[in-house]
Design a protein around this ligand. Structure first.
Ligand SMILES: Cc1cc2nc3c(=O)[nH]c(=O)nc-3n(C[C@H](O)[C@H](O)[C@H](O)COP(=O)(O)OP(=O)(O)OC[C@H]3O[C@@H](n4cnc5c(N)ncnc54)[C@H](O)[C@@H]3O)c2cc1C
Length: 544
């Protein structure tokens, strides 16, 4: 029987596992925390789709057009067409497996508009869409777990892939309970490890998403794409632990951004862009806020208590609990913060990387969003990509025999034992904090050559000491062995941002403020024994 190893059990990982199991494939589903704690649970505002019985005048063609426009010329047309074509089917499937969507009095799912959309096509479950989808997927996964087709491996971390001669045969995992490394062989490995939030420390997302798998695979020969495109969400609320997302649903329902001057509220987005100003794409709104030296507020109070209670209860509760704000009476202080990564592992249309039998799906893969993602499209992409990879794997006839990786496992195990027994004076978590500070200050909403160069110098310094100081027995071994790969990913990101000498979507350069068609292709970065090489994918090799 075919065996697939899936690393990551958020929405994309679970969907891929389900589809593989439906194809009769044996699945091992690995994650360091339960699905209920994956970042997918945080998704708030909704998922985009055009329903087959749509009566609003929306169409798949306009969903494609909006997505490509939002991606500023870097989204692949074929890939986006596939994504949007299956939106309606995916939504209906989610309903069938028990996702509870908000509905109107006739029982039809309700939709709202997100930034950059020509129609209201974001379907939602209040403001807890991710939680509802994850719950339904967990229940569905259990059916196949009891049938023995899906085996969950919890509290397990990815260590490295088993790669030989350009093909992948499985992965080495770190089992936290047994505190040891283990080789798991598979006919295909699917990486579904989410974004790279932890590189930036405090973001809207989860620090579990640290980009380690992408960084490690990059060091093992996988190519990365469009790393410079990092989405700053314009409306987040500062708390001591993280930046709490004030979902775009708030602006989708009519919320207005403003600042105060001389006792007057200045609705700067409406003043500049007209009545749709508050719902401009996230890159545009974030840049407008960044350019103002003002305290920015988001007002939803005028919607009234009953609309807020009905449609935005999670935002009401979140503001009350974390900010002591009654949104029915007062505005929410907001600021932009790192939220989503358009870049990641470079994949072909079938979601295979440049390494045979190694796939990537969900937020860790770069495919649909180009230079800027539209809200509501990433849940759709997580589900769609999980299905695409599973169908591709099911249709393959290769697999079976694999090379012997025992000596590689022994070598890595020895290194890990040495790490676990070494004391460091420089805590590894301190290194992560320093990196986050560098990333936040050097890779902000607006970048420049000088700033990026300083960032690169900082990261080079961290890398030069990482191997010597990354051993700290007071933290999980994962934090120790992951440091170098995370720093390598950060370095690659900085290099990509320096190489793109133009402004496009979420990548804005003060020294190159114009979009330059010479850069109208995805950037691909490769690593060869310590050498990083960036190129533009002018032939669109990854889209065929
Ligand atoms: C606050 C917030 C709100 C959002 N709202 C929306 C929305 O309304 N609509 C929308 O479309 N998108 C939204 N997004 C984005 C969307 O939620 C994500 O892009 C999507 O859920 C990612 O799913 P995923 O399966 O790729 O990854 P994740 O859900 O992040 O899952 C990653 C999995 O990988 C595991 N993992 C990570 N590293 C390792 C490792 N080294 N070893 C083993 N396991 C590992 C984790 O434990 C987890 O199981 C939002 C994001 C945030 C942060």
């Amino acid at each position: 029987m075919k065996h697939v190893l899936i690393i990551g059990s958020g929405i994309s990982g679970m969907v891929c596992a389900l589809r593989c199991a439906e194809h009769g494939i044996q699945v091992t589903l690995v994650s360091h925390v339960p699905s209920e704690r994956s970042q997918s649970v945080m998704a708030a505002g909704g998922i985009n789709a055009v329903l087959p019985d749509d009566e609003t005048g929306d169409s798949i063609a306009s969903h494609v057009e909006d997505t490509l426009k939002g991606g500023c010329g870097l989204g692949g047309k074929k890939a986006v067409e596939g994504l949007c074509t299956y939106g309606g089917e995916i939504l209906q499937w989610l309903e069938r497996i028990g996702t509870v969507f908000s509905v109107d009095d006739k029982g039809r799912p309700l939709s709202r508009a997100f930034g950059g959309q020509s129609h209201k096509r974001t379907y939602y479950c209040g403001a807890s869409t991710g939680k509802q989808i994850v719950s339904a997927l967990v229940m569905e996964t259990r059916r196949f777990e009891s049938a023995g087709l899906i085996r969950r491996r919890l509290w397990c971390c990815f260590h490295s892939a088993l790669i030989k001669d350009g093909a992948c045969y499985g992965a080495i995992l770190f089992d936290e309970a047994r505190r040891r490394l283990e080789a798991v062989y598979a006919d295909a490995v699917v990486i579904a490890t989410g974004g790279q939030n932890a590189l930036f420390g405090k973001t809207t997302g989860s620090t579990q998403c640290d980009g380690y798998a992408a960084g490690k695979l990059f060091m093992q020969g996988a190519e990365l794409k469009n790393l410079e495109f990092i989405q700053y969400h314009p409306t987040t609320m500062e708390t001591p632990q993280k930046r709490m997302l004030i979902s775009e649903a708030a602006r989708g329902e009519g919320g207005r951004l403003f600042y105060r001057r001389n006792g007057r509220n200045i609705y700067f987005m409406e003043d500049k862009y007209g009545s749709g100003g508050n719902l401009m794409t996230r890159d545009v709104v974030s840049r407008e806020i960044d350019a103002l030296d003002e305290k920015i507020y988001l007002d939803i109070s005028f919607l009234g208590k009953s609309v807020i209670d009905d449609r935005l209860p999670e935002i009401r509760d979140l503001c009350a609990r974390y900010g002591g704000i009654d949104v029915t009476r007062e505005p929410i202080p907001v600021q932009p913060s790192v939220h989503f990564f358009m870049g990641g592992l470079a994949v072909h249309l079938n979601h295979e990387t440049n390494i045979r039998s190694l796939f990537a799906i969900g937020e860790c893969a770069s495919m649909y969003h180009g230079a800027n993602r539209l809200g509501g499209n990433s849940l759709l992409a997580a589900i769609y990509s999980g299905n695409v990879a599973a169908d591709e794997i099911a249709g393959r006839n290769d697999g079976g025999l694999h090379p012997d990786f025992r000596s590689a496992l022994e070598h890595e195990s020895k290194l890990l034992t040495r790490n676990m027994n070494t004391q460091s004076t420089y805590p590894v978590m301190y290194m992560r904090d320093m990196l986050a500070e560098t990333m936040r200050t050097r890779l902000g909403i607006v970048r420049s050559e000088d700033n990026l160069k300083t960032g690169l110098t900082d990261i080079d310094f961290y890398l030069s000491i990482a191997e010597r100081i990354c051993y700290d027995s007071s933290v999980m071994p994962y934090f120790n062995y992951s440091l170098t790969a995370i720093l390598t990913l950060a370095r690659a990101t900085m290099i990509c941002a320096m190489a793109r000498q133009e402004s496009r979507g979420a990548h804005w350069r003060s020294d190159f403020p114009k979009t330059d068609e010479a850069y109208g292709s995805a950037s691909i970065i490769a690593y060869d024994g310590g050498n990083y090489s960036v190129r533009l994918d002018k032939e669109r090799r990854y889209e065929s």
